[in-house]
Design a protein around this ligand. Sequence first.
Ligand code: GAL
Length: 424
Amino acid sequence: MMKTYILLSLCCLSAHFVSAYDNGVARTPPMGWLAWERFRCATDCDSAPDSCISEKLFMEMADRMVEDGWKDHGYTMINIDDCWSEKQRNANHELEPNHTRFPNGIPALVDYVHSKGLKLGIYADMGKLTCAGYPGTMGYEKIDSQTFAKWKVDMVKYDGCSSNSSEQAVGYPLMSKELNATGHPMIYSCEWPLYQGGLPPKVNYTYVKEICNMWRNYGDIDDNFDSVKNIIQWWGDHQDVLIPAAGPGGWNDPDMLIGGDFGLSFDEARMQFGMWAMLAAPMLVSVDLRTIDPRVREEIYFKRGVIEVSQDPLGVQARRVKGDNNYQLWVKSLIGGDQAVAIMSTRTDGFPAPYVFSLAELNIENPADTYMLTDIFDDEQAKPYSLTDLIHTVINPNGIRMFRAIPYKTSTLVEENIIEIDIL
Ligand code: GAL
């Protein structure tokens, strides 16, 4: 099962070859919910019954995912993070969930989540202890893999606290092998590259994507815009290393989506969501779904055009083609020669800022003469642009504009009576 997987894209314009972990899962970036950024390691259910790490929390999030429409938009994972287990393994050396907070056990929680058509992810750590001091998996890789498979969990996030780099070089591949050996497919989310500094020569992304389905490359996200901005900057600065690593079955992971918590404005939340879609990043929301502002849910997380960019079957990660302290222009190739275009503005000097660009700046491989551009967030009517036409946009402070550019031939436009344009 560990053999190299080759995907030959059907797209006529760009043949895209990807080798990835061959366990059949995460062919597009996983979408769902992850507890950590919002709920951390709250274990005192007496004083915080609604926000402690407990089966009640995960069941309530599963309820919201279904009842509020998340599932219909493709969000299917419910992920447990640190602090779920007992502080000691049982007599058979197995992990067990904390008995007070998970009184019915993980299999019952998995059943509940599965009964809603969702999937459950769990967290472990390849070192001696998890980052919050719970039992680590080092030396218990086989037992823990078999436990997770027996419980029928669908994803394992594998952290790296309490281990050194040579232990990690053994531990991450070993866990991949043991998870695979169970025969029960689980998305394997590694933090290995993060612990190695995220870059070659310490990180060998060719190898990482042969053993993991997604991997954290960079530090933890926090609930503020600087944190989001730093992550995007790092992704742009190191894109030549990161872009070839991403593709169906294996994804760079810039960490959770936090729009809807406390720290981001509406525009900043839109920028994070739009950019995570551009970056083909896992879309794991870490927000209290019971209290999220419905406008953030409906107008950001449920924005169909953005989700289509995120879930595009080619799985190409966007490239930053231009950037300075104020604006960044990004492009991502989509199936059928379409292009997703994002312009980020990090200006905050008080007014919606004008930005002018042309499609020629995107350096599209084998470009069409004309593209129809639809504004993905604002649902403006599609307009045609030649490669050299100037496209005038206006962007809110810390905002994003995102377009889908669809190749169009002049003759098609006229034939379909969509629009008549003058092409010189
Ligand atoms: C960190 C990890 C976070 C979270 C936390 C739990 O190392 O990057 O995403 O899992 O540990 O303790």
